[in-house]
Design a protein around this ligand. Structure first.
Ligand code: 5GP
Length: 187
């Protein structure tokens, strides 16, 4: 039976279905479990966009781990990334000497991830890696961003769902989709 919001009247195209998300996240979880076996893994993610990914990825990882969250504001809730990153909530945990894996929802220009890496690296983790669900490689302006785990490379389109919003809406769609033009253009 289709979920109530599938298909959604505001969605032009489902880019990645819930089944595809599920399969890929299990693969990432298996790989991460193998790579971090025997290590003190701290999975860090950024509110709010990465919450669904964090929840599913952490359950797909079969080794012991801890979770922690940061909150930032990287754009004004619209389509454009202004490049301005403000730290709204810091981690609760100390990360010095620990193996930190940053779980990101989407990397676009790379400015946000590069800022996060900089502040986390300054705290002296034993290792620091990035796992991003979505990667818009064609939009990258930070060209030395090390991405160790990546779910999907997507084209230069603005996507919503599975945690990603447009003006704070659509986060709870269970798939990654593209909004209809008229929805994006409406003020
Ligand atoms: P970056 O700093 O890499 O350019 O952008 C990262 C942030 O921009 C993401 O964490 C996300 O908040 C926002 N962003 C970039 N592309 C998209 C998109 O296609 N959809 C949504 N909803 N947010 C995006």
């Amino acid at each position: 039976m289709a979920a109530a919001h599938e298909p959604h009247p505001h969605i032009k195209e489902v880019l990645i279905s819930r089944e595809q998300l599920d399969v890929r996240i299990r693969e990432l979880g298996a790989q991460i479990s193998e790579d971090y076996r025997g290590k003190d893994l701290l999975l860090v993610s950024v509110l709010k966009g990465a919450i669904y990914f964090m929840a599913d990825l952490s359950r797909a990882i079969t080794i012991p781990l801890s979770l922690d969250f940061m909150a930032i504001s990287s754009y004004a809730g619209g389509k454009q990334n202004t490049g301005v990153v403000r730290l709204l909530k810091d981690l609760d945990e100390h990360i010095t000497g620990r193996h930190v894996l940053l779980a990101e929802d989407i990397i676009d220009t790379g400015l946000t991830a590069s800022y996060l890496l900089r502040i986390l690296r300054a705290r002296g983790p034993e290792s620091l890696r990035i796992c991003t669900l979505l990667d818009k490689t064609v939009r990258r302006i930070v060209d030395d961003l090390p991405i160790d785990y990546r779910g999907f490379i997507i084209p230069d389109v603005f996507v919503v769902g599975y945690g990603l919003d447009f003006r704070q809406i659509y986060r709870n769609l269970p798939f990654i989709g593209v909004l209809k033009d008229e929805v994006m253009e409406a003020t």
